[in-house]
Design a protein around this ligand. Structure first.
Ligand code: ATP
Length: 915
């Protein structure tokens, strides 16, 4: 294949690559090519293999000491004990390994979900496909905000500018063109090429894929590019720190237990092994893996609710969000526009019909033969890049009669605002394909949210040029000098300007999005001579089109849920003040003390003033993307945790600055998605609220199993500690300690990680991001529960030891079972900090029930299976023993419930006194 694609013409490139620049490749041919050229991916580092993760489990210092001590005790004759300890350690390592492996794989799967996509033309239809499936010869479409998915030879460039710093280091965007370049150039100078990994900053284009995967320019330097490493969330970092403290603390206590035991005359070897086993059991080594699992499972749950997390820390931050700044169009509303009313010249027009179906009436007293009538619909059809499709097939003018006969599914490919105008024009009988038989587009100045307008220049078959412009009425009116008055073009007087603005305001206050349409004759000129300013001046105003975009039905209740959850909803829109106000009122975002300001007013405020008013403002209208950055900063400075949505390339800085940057999955550009920490698969506001709920739930679950794990570990350490202090024999043997660690810490703790969120989770205020994981009395509760678990076990041990006249095996079996059962009962208490298990339902987390039943069966096995009894030094228990064990094991959860009841009563009393 030729190296210098830039020296060929577009037709030559298409011929070499056996493709059609208009229809693209056939699906079959594309499949053939992918098996020949391979996927369009840069080779990545292979994932860490399972055996490496397994080996990592033995790196833990205490586990190594335990293994060492076990081997020594094995040589000293305790062979059975030593073998069992080693088996338990290996089972533990396997469990840890599975947890870590699954956590890693789910994170890997998440990355796949956010894999880039490309817009291609295949078999004549435009569609989105995963960028990895692109092949040489594919025809790719580009627009502002896209990351170029492969190396392309451009065959169309409309004001196309690409920022190539990823490749050349040059951060200024490069203007692209399509003509062949005959001299030899470097990639940085190949103006008719678009290279993989670079970013489209302006305009749009079309190109033929000439290289994919490692054959691209980026592939050649891929060795230099390092993928970003796995990210830790702040909570994970804090927990790692906490883990180090806990290790030190556990080691100290264990050393103390060993020292006191030896001082009291226990055999040193056994004491040492017991101390090390206790340390292994008490150190919550599974905590980091369980936290990662809880995060990963939570993230999976969010995906089911259509929120895709790109950066793990966002999961935590979501639970702290105090403000959601949301776009209006498409997020709070359906982004399915229909033109309902228009004003052409001075004549009102009404349209009937639903959705994108071009069936409908145009009701007006204006003659369809008048110039302004014809122009109005012509501008709507021509200054437009959307495509009308019927059941997936693009419909132009030629097939319109066919289209009218049936009742098929109509949709829009492209911007819905333009789609609505296209449908409106079709209702009046104006189709772009037919109009283009008489005039052809020679220039386009694309729409962007900053300029709020779009212009095209068409050359008529007679050689004359005309500019057709549409955009926000206030912006367009500024560029107009004339208007139509009963078929004549006359100068615009200030009075008429006011009148047009009044009509605009009247439509906008009915929640309509209004666009103005204008044009001008440019005479016989060459398009190369034209500048943007020249095209967009001295325009003739033709009319206004007002379209509805109904609110999303579920968004209203989502806004109310936010209010109950202490989260403020702010609407940010490029639309007119009155349109924004009408929609915001309908959605319950505006009203009472809440204020609305415009981009223009915002420009008058300095940062200090903005920070002061940001607390009251809930609607920002007629803003540009650059305003969003100021709004985020002001809110953050005022102490808020801000979630901000965005779709266009210009939104990327604000999204990056926000605490939780949210990109739109459907309408969002690659650049915005890359800057975001979360992507909404359905562009829906409701999904943000669902993600916040899940975020709060995940944090709650992490607190739940921290409470469980630490309470149990405190209990285990205290039993041993107090027993040696009281001069009692060791209540548990090393093997029993390790076994207990396996059955209580493993499955039940994991099952807590998937606990469903509390029913009242969206009735609480947002959590402060720097709040300690032990806040709201958790540390005290852990100590209290640990103490109860420890004391109950000690009570059973000491009692049985005394009353059975020194039968140590029975006392140990009783203590062993009491400790395991009290932990397994206690796990249900950890499911909620406010409600009892009866309030939340015993069966609402079946995983936990299964985990506990599984642990109980294992525990019964080591107590009753004759082969296991000598291994675990257990003796069979009778009914009285069990009654005692169950009764005492129920004490920690019951005491906990009683304490909570007292607390609630006290709180109620305080409230009563306040009233
Ligand atoms: P939101 O912020 O609520 O999502 P938006 O981002 O869709 O709104 P913009 O796209 O910035 O808002 O549009 C701002 C204004 O620009 C609109 O009110 C409309 O008047 C005008 N406009 C929108 N789309 C087009 C278009 N395709 N061509 C010309 N003008 C447009």
């Amino acid at each position: 294949m030729p190296e210098q694609w830039y020296s060929l013409t577009g037709e030559e490139v298409a011929a070499v690559l056996k493709t059609n620049p208009h229809r693209g490749l056939d699906e079959r041919e594309a499949r053939d090519r992918i098996s020949r050229f391979g996927p369009n991916e840069l080779t990545r580092q292979p994932p860490v293999p399972l055996w490496r993760i397994f080996m990592e489990q033995f790196k833990d210092f205490m586990v190594l000491i335990l293994l060492g001590a076990t081997v020594i005790s094995g040589f000293l004759g305790e062979f059975l004990d030593a073998a069992t300890i080693i088996i338990i350690v290996i089972i533990n390592a396997i469990l840890g390994c599975i947890q870590e492996y699954r956590a890693e794989r789910s994170m890997e799967a998440l990355k796949q979900l956010t894999a880039p996509e490309a817009r291609v033309v295949r078999e004549g239809n435009e569609k989105k496909i995963p960028a990895a499936t692109l092949v040489p010869g594919d025809v790719v479409l580009l627009e502002a905000g896209d990351r170029v998915p492969a190396d392309l030879r451009l065959i169309q460039a409309v004001n196309l500018e690409i920022e190539e710093s990823a490749l050349t280091g040059e951060s200024l965007p490069v203007k692209k063109r399509v003509e062949p370049i005959l001299e030899k150039v470097t990639p940085g100078d190949a103006r008719n090429m678009a290279y993989q990994g670079t970013v489209v900053t302006r305009g749009r284009g079309r190109g033929i894929v000439v290289a994919t995967g490692m054959a691209t320019e980026m592939g050649r330097i891929a060795g230099l590019i390092q993928e970003a490493g796995g990210e830790e969330t702040p909570l994970q970092r804090r927990l790692a720190q906490l883990g180090r403290w806990l290790v030190a603390f556990c080691l100290l206590i264990c050393a103390l237990v060993v020292a006191v035991g030896i001082y009291r005359g226990e055999p040193a070897g056994q004491m040492f092994l017991a101390g090390v086993s206790l340390a292994v059991a008490a150190i919550p080594e599974g905590l980091p893996a369980i936290v990662t699992m809880a995060l990963a499972i939570g993230v999976q749950r969010m995906i089911r609710r259509r929120a895709i997390i790109r950066k793990l820390p966002a999961v935590e931050t979501l639970g702290c969000a105090t403000v959601i700044c949301s776009d209006k169009t498409g997020t709070l509303t359906q982004n399915e526009m229909t033109v309902r009313r228009a004003i052409i010249g001075q004549f009102p027009v009404e349209f009937t019909g639903e959705g994108y179906d071009p069936k409908g009436e145009v009701v007006t007293t204006l003659s369809p033969r008048s110039e302004e009538f014809q122009l109005f619909f012509k501008i709507a059809a021509l200054c437009n890049n959307a495509l009308l499709t019927r059941s997936g097939v693009t419909i132009g003018g030629m097939f319109r009669n066919l289209a009218r006969r049936e009742s098929p599914v109509w949709s829009i490919n492209g911007d819905p605002t333009e789609g609505a105008l296209l449908v409106m024009a079709a209702k009046a009988g104006f189709w772009r394909e037919e109009l283009e038989r008489y005039e052809q587009r020679v220039m386009e100045i694309p729409f962007d949210s900053e300029r709020k307008r779009m212009s095209v220049v068409y050359r008529h078959n007679d050689g004359t040029l005309a500019a057709y412009v549409k955009g926000a009425p206030d912006v367009i009116l500024e560029l107009c000098t004339h208007h139509y008055h009963h078929g004549r073009i006359i100068p615009l007087t200030p009075h008429q300007r006011k009148e047009i603005l009044r009509q605009n305001a009247s439509m906008a206050s009915g929640a309509l999005r209004v666009l103005a349409l204008a044009w001008r004759r440019l005479g016989p000129k060459s398009p190369e001579e034209l500048t943007e300013v020249e095209v967009e001046q001295n325009l003739v105003f033709v009319g206004l089109a007002g379209m509805i975009d109904p609110p999303r039905p579920a968004a209203l209740s989502a806004v109310q849920r936010c209010r109950r959850a202490g989260i403020k909803v702010v609407m940010i829109t490029g639309d007119h003040l009155l349109t924004a106000a009408a929609v915001a009122r309908e959605m319950g975002i505006l009203g009472g003390q809440r204020r609305i300001i415009t981009g223009q007013e915002l420009d008058q405020l300095d940062d200090d003033q903005l920070r002061k008013v940001a607390g009251e403002v809930t609607v920002y209208a007629r803003v540009s993307p650059r305003h969003k950055l100021r709004i985020v900063r002001a809110l953050k400075e005022a102490g808020h945790i801000v979630a901000m949505t965005g779709d266009g390339i210009n939104d990327a800085p604000a999204i990056k600055e926000a605490d939780i940057g949210i990109a739109m999955g459907i309408t969002g550009t690659d650049v915005t998605k890359e800057a975001s920490s979360m992507v909404l698969a359905d562009d829906n506001f409701t999904t943000i609220v669902a993600a916040i709920e899940e975020g709060r739930g995940i944090y709650d679950n992490i607190r739940k199993f921290i409470r469980y794990l630490l309470s149990c570990n405190v209990g285990e350490v205290l039993v041993m500690f107090f027993a040696v202090l009281a001069g009692l024999p060791l209540p548990l043997l090393p093997i029993q300690i390790l076994w207990m660690n396996l059955v209580t810490d493993g499955l039940p703790a994991l099952a807590l990680g998937v606990d469903p969120p509390d029913a009242d989770i969206m009735y609480r205020l947002p959590r402060h991001p720097r709040e300690s994981i032990f806040a709201h009395g958790l540390a005290w509760r852990i100590l209290g529960s640990g103490l109860t678990i420890g004391m109950c076990t000690l009570l059973v041990f000491a009692g049985v030891h005394i009353f059975s006249q020194g039968c140590l095996e029975l006392a140990r079996t009783m203590a062993f079972n009491t400790l395991v059962f009290s932990q397994l009962f206690f796990v249900f208490t950890c499911r909620s900090e406010k409600h009892t298990i009866w309030e939340i339902g015993l069966f609402s987390n079946p995983h936990l029930l299964m985990a506990v039943l599984c642990s109980i069966s294992l525990q019964l096995a080591v107590t009753y299976v004759p082969y296991l009894q000598p291994v675990f030094h257990t003796v069979p228990l009778n009914l009285t023993h069990w009654l005692l064990i169950i009764l005492i094991s129920l004490a920690p959860p019951l005491l906990n419930t009683f304490y909570r009841h007292l607390q609630l009563r006290a709180r109620e009393k305080v409230m009563y006194i306040k009233v």
